[in-house]
Design a protein around this ligand. Structure first.
Ligand SMILES: [Zn+2]
Length: 266
């Protein structure tokens, strides 16, 4: 698969990933050729996400070291406690520090996942025509996707009303089926969505690959319940980066960054 209408330079893996995704999206549009405004909007999305992601990766490196340090300290303190040299309170202090360091690491990992997911959504929002308001029940394959190529994203427009307040219903289904909480990577609007000018206020991102058993079961549940979703297989064909399930209506980009070329032209 090769993007045919975009000439964005490949300077980074995220860039490459995004361009492949955009190539697929562009190929999916039967009428409007991608114009320079769209290219600009796409580049803006990619660069904003890339800078943000690089900053997060630096922070992640610090957190990994913090966890290692705190973990070593806990081991040493346990030893001293067992020998009666350190008090229980002294042991608990370093254990708490380890918990804090792990929590910070997990938070940064989640922010990186949010950035990957939001990038995939922002690219689709930047180059896709708006979704018609009238809902359709059956799953709609993206038009124009080359036969034999698994679509990188699949959109389903459900007839049921949806708001974030309905999340517990999905969580309940997931817990009953898989014995763990719904792996939510983004609940509503996050700072990443603000940066990418995405309206994600009434959307939920679930960190499962749509083709995994969990993802397939979730998609089937959402279709059955008439809840709209977009399933992303990733930003690179064959790689899971960006793969997730977005529950709710598509996230429109706010006007400032929505290029005129993203709208359908006659
Ligand atoms: Zn989303």
């Amino acid at each position: 698969m090769r993007p045919v209408r975009l000439h964005v330079k490949l300077r980074h893996a995220v860039l490459a990933a995004a361009v492949l995704l955009v190539g697929a999206v562009a190929a999916a549009q039967p009428v409007a050729p991608v114009e320079s405004d769209t290219d600009r909007a796409v580049r803006d999305v990619i660069e904003t996400t890339r800078d943000y992601r690089q900053a997060l990766e630096r922070v992640l490196g610090f957190h990994v070291k913090d966890v290692e340090r705190a973990s070593t300290l806990v081991d040493q303190r346990r030893e001293l406690y067992a020998r009666g040299i350190a008090s229980l309170r002294e042991l608990e202090t370093v254990e708490r520090a380890l918990d804090d360091a792990r929590a910070k690491l997990a938070k940064t990992q989640q922010e990186i996942a949010q950035a990957d997911h939001a990038l995939a959504e922002a690219l689709v929002a930047a180059v896709s025509p708006p979704v018609p308001p009238s809902p359709a029940s059956p799953p709609l394959p993206e038009p124009g996707v080359a036969p034999g190529l698994a679509p990188i994203f699949v959109r389903f427009r459900g007839a049921a009303p949806w708001s974030l307040a309905d999340t517990p219903r999905i969580d309940r289904f997931f817990r009953e089926r898989f014995g763990r909480a719904l792996p939510v990577s983004a609940y509503g609007q996050t700072p990443v969505h603000d940066r990418l000018h995405l309206d994600h206020h009434q959307a939920l991102d679930v960190a499962v690959h749509p083709d995994s058993p969990e993802g397939a079961a979730l998609l089937s549940f959402l279709r059955g319940a008439g809840i709209s979703f977009i399933a992303f297989r990733g930003a690179i064909a064959g790689a899971a980066t960006g793969a997730h399930i977005h529950v709710g209506a598509p996230s429109p980009r706010t006007a400032a960054l929505t290029p005129p070329a993203a709208r359908p032209t006659p």
